[in-house]
Design a protein around this ligand. Structure first.
Ligand SMILES: [Zn+2]
Length: 121
């Protein structure tokens, strides 16, 4: 699945997977800490939720800072969320086959790559 995605082809696949796992695990822990009563102690519940928030932030950090273009070092997910129109663009990265900025891995020549549908500013 998504074999032709730039995220996979550039060697960022494992990092994306790690970030996703952290985000999901964090979200589950936040939910459990806030809404599912395991312990009668509020402090323990808070600790669970707080740990979940930490995992979630770590996952977001991994996605934002860790997923980069091997050629121009552009932070794809960070830029997609910040500049290119939000979450829809992040999903778009899954089907994008080249770097929106430099055209990696098709940037052997001058000019934009043929399949470059959207570019950053
Ligand atoms: Zn690039």
């Amino acid at each position: 699945m998504f074999d032709s995605s730039i995220l996979r082809r550039s060697g960022n696949g494992l990092r994306v997977l790690l970030a996703l796992c952290l985000l999901i695990a964090g979200a589950i822990l936040i939910y459990v800490g806030m809404f599912v009563v395991i312990q009668s102690s509020t402090a323990v519940q808070f600790d669970i939720a707080f740990f979940g928030i930490c995992l979630w932030a770590l996952g977001l950090g991994t996605a934002w800072l860790g997923v980069r273009c091997p050629s121009c070092k552009k932070r794809w997910i960070w830029d997609a969320m910040r500049w290119w129109g939000g979450y829809g663009r992040v999903i778009g990265l899954l089907v994008t086959t080249s770097c929106p900025r430099c055209g990696y891995p098709n940037n052997d020549g001058d000019g934009p790559p043929p399949d470059n549908r959207w570019r950053g500013p």
